[in-house]
Write a protein that binds this ligand. Structure first.
Ligand code: 5RP
Length: 294
């Protein structure tokens, strides 16, 4: 049995050898069904292979937060500039016009609220597949606490059951590597967590950018998108996105660094330039400055 003792550290990631994608452009998804491929093609742009997901699911943990006080006013106008809207069914139904016609990545777990000092202290499936299909979701997002005494078992159980339903109905599941109290943000941790979620059936992984990110990408058999994290100055957020894409990430699932920007539309467009149009971070920041000075 594989265990920690005698587990030789991975070395040869074949970084110079591309993964064969003979019948479908999304990594690791060659052998999935038509419906799954169709939904993945709504998430990842078939031309660039990449995606800009706009994350605004924060309220399910922190309640009303800066930039998300009125989702109808802050997020709905941004929808045109992203590829995917990542939020809860409550927020999407209430505040996003169905005519926006963007792919939806539905936050499908409930987790401990901000009132608990460890967000890994309790999670479960927050949406059933019937309602996800009713919302025309293109993917489900499941938060996973790999390495947490309190949260690992429950959250991985939720992931596995969501993947079962996802494969039954052709809906990809995005495994989110949440970092709770006990989890260090190290390359070793992200190598472990991303691979583990993919092995359990996730078709997309959301994780944090870290050192040696190309190894994290290479060791994960399905596409990785990076989380934005806390609000950074716009140029730094664009640099993080650029470095992630250079290392093989297939996009971003970014929230605060877009909707908390003073100029969210320009920021979302600048991120898309990096993700889809091969802009460098500097070019994208120039684009951002030009947009806000128009
Ligand atoms: C945490 C999440 C978030 O709720 C959210 O999507 C994060 O977005 P950002 O960090 O870019 O504001 O998925 O894992």
């Amino acid at each position: 049995m594989a265990d920690a003792d005698g587990n030789k550290r991975a070395r040869d990631y074949g970084l110079d050898i591309p993964v064969v994608q003979d019948s479908f452009f999304v990594k690791g998804m060659n052998n999935t069904d038509w419906g799954m491929k169709n939904r993945l093609s709504r998430i990842f742009n078939p031309k660039s292979g990449n995606t800009v997901m706009l994350a605004f699911d924060h309220g399910y943990i922190v309640g009303c937060t800066s930039g998300l006080e009125r989702i109808d006013l802050s997020i709905a106008p941004l929808a045109d500039y992203a590829d995917v809207l990542m939020g809860t069914r409550g927020a999407i139904r209430a505040a996003i016009p169905p005519t926006s016609n963007k792919a939806v990545c539905l936050r499908a777990t409930h987790d401990a609220s901000v009132l608990f000092d460890d967000m890994a202290s309790g999670s479960g499936l927050g949406v059933d597949m019937e309602d996800a299909l009713r919302m025309n979701a293109s993917a489900l997002a499941v938060q996973c606490f790999v390495g947490s005494q309190k949260g690992e078992r429950d959250s991985l159980e939720v992931l596995c059951r969501a993947c079962d339903a996802g494969y039954r109905y052709g809906v990809p599941v995005m495994g989110v590597t949440a970092v709770g109290k006990e989890m260090a943000r190290t390359t070793q941790y992200f190598l472990l967590a991303t691979r583990l979620l993919a092995e359990l059936g996730a078709s997309i992984i959301k994780t944090y950018y870290c050192d040696d990110f190309e190894k994290v990408v290479a060791g994960c058999p399905v596409p990785i998108v990076i989380a934005g994290g806390k609000k950074l100055p716009e140029n730094e957020a664009l640099t993080m996105a650029y470095q992630a894409i250079q290392s093989g990430a297939r996009g971003v699932d970014m929230g605060r660094n877009i909707f908390q920007s003073e100029h969210p539309i320009a920021m979302c467009q600048a991120v898309a330039k990096v993700v889809h149009e091969k802009f460098t971070d500097k070019e994208a920041y120039e684009f951002y400055l030009n947009e806000i000075n128009k």
